[in-house]
Design a protein around this ligand. Structure first.
Ligand SMILES: Nc1ncnc2c1ncn2[C@@H]1O[C@H](COP(=O)(O)OP(=O)(O)OP(=O)(O)O)[C@@H](O)[C@H]1O
Ligand SMILES: [Mg+2]
Length: 408
């Protein structure tokens, strides 16, 4: 693949990076695109797997047909077969009409099965059949249907381990894995880390209408040395946190070190990393969500104060002085040594205290539950939209609904 062709693809999909491993991934994706072979994309969480199936579809002869991205981990086990393979009217309570399912509607197009490792075993058997023969039977139907769908799948699981534990079918793995694509972890991408930081710093500057943060040499070194267990997603989140919370725009190693855990053994975030991935994801996502909301509330309050001030000035014909709310870049940076839960509560306590109204023992879970309920209310119960509004994945939303008993 010529360098200029790769450059064009990167620009079109906003993919940043120039390391050999990333270039190789794009090269393989473009080579396999014109075929109908199944592709399995593997790589740690947050490495950027989700854009690859789109690149493959857009560069394939199916480009004018339908493309669906389905997160297998976010669909409840009870409905996944019907969502994928459709159902006939009356086959279960609530099946008031026939439904074609994704394999029906995506005929001639591409299906991206994200988090394919989360599929229940019974669904894996159905998927294997459709991959081998192009045939499937909708839930409750007796007749076989035919479909012509290209499958691209992705997972951050160690599939070999899942196979040895009986959670994933070996035959399905080999069938999906016709062409494997291994996304490199961020820690192995060298200078790309700096390029990505620059991209995210620019995006945040635009999003929050503030000056872009830049790294000094020490901070650069630290960014390159860090292991990035949450990969590009973690780098993006940390860049967002620093953009919002650092009073300085020139970031030194000492400022940066307050936002990234440097020593995996001794820092609080590292302790969280030792727990299972799902709980770590959930807590960090909750924290980021709260920071974003805090930032939004402050901007809103500032605007309202300005408006109020203007109205009073107009009524009384004189200028009044108001207490200035601190701008978001005057907030104190997060202290990394504090436990993550109290960091989040402190952030709230410092800027958003309403002691008369808020119960004193409101903890992170209560806040998270309330936010969830409100988001669902605002979106009339639409879970996907609520998840988007909260900036969390469908899967995390589903997990939390279950956790708080809101999934009925
Ligand atoms: N090379 C890149 N250039 C720009 N942005 C990137 C790049 N790689 C990843 N990102 C961004 O990083 C974030 C995480 O990527 P993505 O959602 O694709 O991760 P993933 O591999 O699917 O992770 P998971 O397994 O947890 O679902 C996204 O916001 C994505 O846009
Ligand atoms: Mg993903």
């Amino acid at each position: 693949m010529k360098t200029s062709e790769l450059q064009t693809i990167k620009q079109r999909y906003n993919i940043v990076g120039n390391c050999d491993a990333l270039n190789h991934v794009l090269d393989v994706a473009l080579q396999v695109a014109p075929t109908d072979l199944s592709v399995l994309i593997v790589g740690e969480s947050g490495v950027g797997k989700e854009i690859i199936p789109r690149v493959i579809h857009d560069n394939s002869p199916r480009r004018r047909e339908k493309y669906f991205a389905i997160n297998c981990g976010s669909i409840p086990e009870g409905t996944i077969d019907s969502e994928l393979f459709g159902h006939v009217k009356g086959s279960f309570t609530g099946a008031i009409n026939d439904s074609p399912g994704y394999f029906g509607v995506a005929n001639k197009g591409t299906l991206f099965l994200d988090e394919v490792g989360e599929l229940p075993l019974a669904t894996q058997a159905r998927l294997l059949r459709v991959l081998e023969t192009g045939e499937y039977i909708p839930v409750g139907a007796t007749e076989v249907r035919k479909t012509d769908v290209r499958i691209v799948a992705a997972t951050n699981l160690n599939i070999r381990k899942a196979i040895s534990e009986g959670r994933f079918r070996e035959d399905l793995y080999y069938r999906l894995n016709s062409i494997p694509i291994q996304m490199p972890p961020l820690r192995e991408r060298g200078e790309d880390i700096i390029l990505l930081f620059r991209l995210f710093a620019m995006q945040m500057a635009e999003k929050y209408k503030m000056d872009r943060i830049v790294l000094d040499e020490g901070a650069r070194q630290l960014l390159m040395k860090y292991k990035w267990p949450g990969n590009v997603r973690q780098l993006k989140n940390i860049t967002e946190q620093i953009s919002i919370l650092s009073p300085e725009r020139k970031i030194t190693a000492s400022v940066l070190s307050k936002f990234i855990p440097q020593d995996q053994e001794t820092t609080q975030l590292a302790v969280i990393n030792h727990r299972n991935d799902a709980s770590h994801d959930q807590e960090t996502e909750t924290l980021y969500m709260m920071i974003r909301q805090l930032h939004g509330s402050m901007n809103e309050m500032r605007r309202e104060m300005e408006l109020l001030k203007k109205q009073i000035e107009e009524q009384h014909g004189r200028t009044i002085n108001t207490v200035q709310l601190p701008s978001s870049n005057q907030l104190a940076p997060i202290q990394p040594v504090a436990p993550i839960q109290s960091v989040a509560e402190d952030a709230f306590a410092e800027e958003y205290v309403e002691p008369e109204k808020e119960p004193e023992n409101l903890n992170l879970n209560d806040i998270s539950k309330q936010m969830l309920e409100k988001a669902l209310e605002r979106n009339h119960g639409n879970r996907r939209k609520a998840a988007q509004e909260l900036g969390i994945s469908d899967r995390t939303l589903y997990r939390r609904l279950k956790q708080y008993g809101l999934d009925q």
